[in-house]
Ligand binder design. Structure first.
Ligand code: NA7
Length: 536
């Protein structure tokens, strides 16, 4: 093993949108920074998720950095919802424009991070593409590892027997895949399945979709942006970004304030129709009580069910595609032509909610005693969300305490930013923060600003370390749980709760409500970082 040492003020793990902005801000503080990235380029989730149809389901101008007005004025988004290639181009543009690449080491996988109490530093064990190990040391360590970066690859019985290729949407070949003339299976009908299925159906000879749970889906209403619309946004960026901080999901839109049950059935219908025509995730906030009141919630569920019935010709298929649980309890999906795809002759839906997947054989997918013969399998089976990427690294804090061990009953963290017994280690969009319930770009920027301000505060007060206090962490976890209890999020199985990963503790991980979260973080800072302890 070739061991060499490198020391920096700060190390950032991951060169996605969080890692890049951290690099910019930490460099501004005058720190020496090294970013370690497993991929061959910047972009994070947008580097790996190259499946057909991959695009952001937050509007492009909102899913973009706000920290530089020059950047937002000079960059032109071509569509209302940007495709993966366009987002990756944007990430690369940012890397070049701000001269970031010289601080980033690509093809570097962080295997372990250990806090050395005596030297008050983090020591990272990093392995390169050739398998050589390097030790990197730093005073500050920031995990910008992403919430959806560890693919969930189910272990189907006899998986090795399948003769054809198996792809995961979250780890798609860089060279692309041609499904022409092939019989293809897609397993999974979350956002990735819903985006890829219409495109794969157009190319493949036959497509079989294996659905465990149908999702609630609203139309994207995507379109190309004309120059007038682009100009409109560019001249209002400041007010749109400010508006985004006032809505529960951190997306700029004019939120309805009336309860769903306080208006007539006709008014409700009008509101749902209008949000449906607008398209996108704000549909979930058509009324503010949809995720608080089961009766209000069922009005939205019924509206969506009617849309499915009207769109899908075969009524048995329509019924299978209709969810029978709390609306928007699982991540709401946004589609372009998903339901219409089931009207094609070459597409078949197989419901596996009762049977599950029995296994694979050389020919294809076995359900009970029937084999569905296919040439290729696409796993659109999601991710070990939020905690997966952190637990994959052997992170050890004070006295060798392992993060995986500390989190064996579920993640505990103060504000989703710091973890007791792990000094000078920050997580971006960690558990207990809005993260995946919000526009990630907004949440990333808020966290990065918070982290760099905290480091600046620590240093300018001549402290050497900062850490979450255990009691504050415990009470934050309780506070988050109390907020979740006032919602309907616990009424279904979702990856927010860890339900998609066998054996994962069932703990609701994100904090619902961007404005309240921002207020709490700001309040804690104004009370001299209440709940954090600083060491000399
Ligand atoms: P999701 O939303 O976790 O969807 C994964 C899908 O795969 C979902 O339909 C799952 O069914 C299904 N799944 C998972 N494991 C299995 C097994 N073992 N057998 C059959 N079906 C399975 O992931 P996505 O990648 O689509 O989206 C993730 C996020 O990325 C998305 O929310 C956006 O924020 C972007 P289940 O519902 O668990 O029954």
């Amino acid at each position: 093993m070739n061991m060499s040492k490198n020391r920096f003020d700060a190390v950032v793990v991951g060169a996605g949108f969080a890692g890049m902005y951290l690099l910019i801000r930490l460099r501004e503080l005058g720190l020496s920074v090294r970013v370690l990235e497993k991929g061959l380029d910047v972009g994070g989730t947008w580097y790996w998720n190259r499946y057909p149809g991959a695009r952001c389901d937050i509007e492009s101008f909102q899913y973009s950095y706000s920290f530089s007005d020059e950047l937002q004025q000079e960059w032109d988004w071509s569509e209302r919802y940007a495709t993966q290639p366009e987002i990756l181009r944007y990430a690369r543009h940012v890397a070049d424009r701000f001269d970031l690449r010289r601080h980033i080491q690509f093809s570097m996988t962080v295997m372990a991070a250990r806090y050395e109490e005596s030297e008050r530093c983090w020591q990272l064990d990093v392995v390169d593409a050739d398998g050589s190990h390097t030790t990197v040391e730093s005073n500050w360590c920031v995990m910008a590892t992403g919430c959806l970066s560890v693919p969930n690859v189910p272990s189907f019985p006899n998986a090795d027997a399948f003769a054809g290729p198996i792809y995961h949407t979250g780890d798609w070949p860089r060279s692309g895949v041609d499904f022409s003339d092939q019989r293809v299976a897609v397993i999974g009908t979350g956002s990735s399945g819903i985006q890829s299925i219409p495109l794969i159906a157009e190319q493949a000879k036959h497509l079989t979709v294996f659905q465990r749970t149908p999702n609630f889906i609203v139309p994207a209403q995507n379109r190309m942006l004309d120059s007038e619309e682009k100009q409109w946004v560019k001249s209002r960026y400041e007010e749109l970004r400010a508006l985004a901080k006032t809505t529960r999901n951190g997306i700029a839109f004019e939120a309805e304030t009336r309860s769903a049950l306080s208006v007539s059935a006709q008014e409700r219908e009008t509101q749902y129709e209008s949000q449906w025509k607008q398209g996108g995730l704000p549909f979930a906030l058509s009324f503010p009580d949809l995720l608080r009141d089961p009766e209000a919630n069922s009005t939205a569920a019924e509206f969506v069910a009617k849309k499915i019935e009207l769109t899908v010709h075969d009524q048995d298929t329509a019924r299978l595609l209709t969810p029978d649980y709390t609306f928007a309890c699982k991540r709401l999906c946004v589609d372009t032509g998903y339901y219409e795809t089931f009207n094609r002759d070459n597409v078949e839906l197989v419901d596996i909610i009762e049977s599950g997947i029995t296994g694979l054989d050389a020919e294809g997918i076995v359900i009970g005693n029937k084999t569905y013969a296919v040439d290729a399998i696409v796993l659109a089976t999601g991710f070990d969300a939020i905690t997966g990427a952190l637990k994959r690294i052997d992170i050890r804090g004070r006295n060798g305490l392992s993060l995986s061990e500390k989190w064996r009953h579920g993640p505990v963290s103060y504000l989703g930013l710091m973890i007791a017994e792990f000094p000078n280690l920050f997580t971006v969009t960690g558990p207990g923060s809005p993260s995946v319930l919000s526009n990630m770009l907004g949440s990333i920027e808020f966290h990065v600003d918070w982290i760099t301000n905290c480091i600046e505060f620590t240093q300018s007060n001549a402290y050497g370390s900062v850490e979450a206090i255990s009691a504050a962490e415990t009470s934050w976890v309780k506070e988050v749980s109390g907020v979740v209890d006032r919602t309907l999020y616990r009424t279904c199985q979702s990856w927010y709760l860890g339900s998609n990963i066998p054996g994962k503790p069932r703990v609701f991980m994100p904090y619902p409500g961007v404005p309240d979260y921002i207020d709490r973080c700001n309040q804690i800072v104004s009370e001299n970082y209440k709940g954090f302890s600083f060491g000399r």
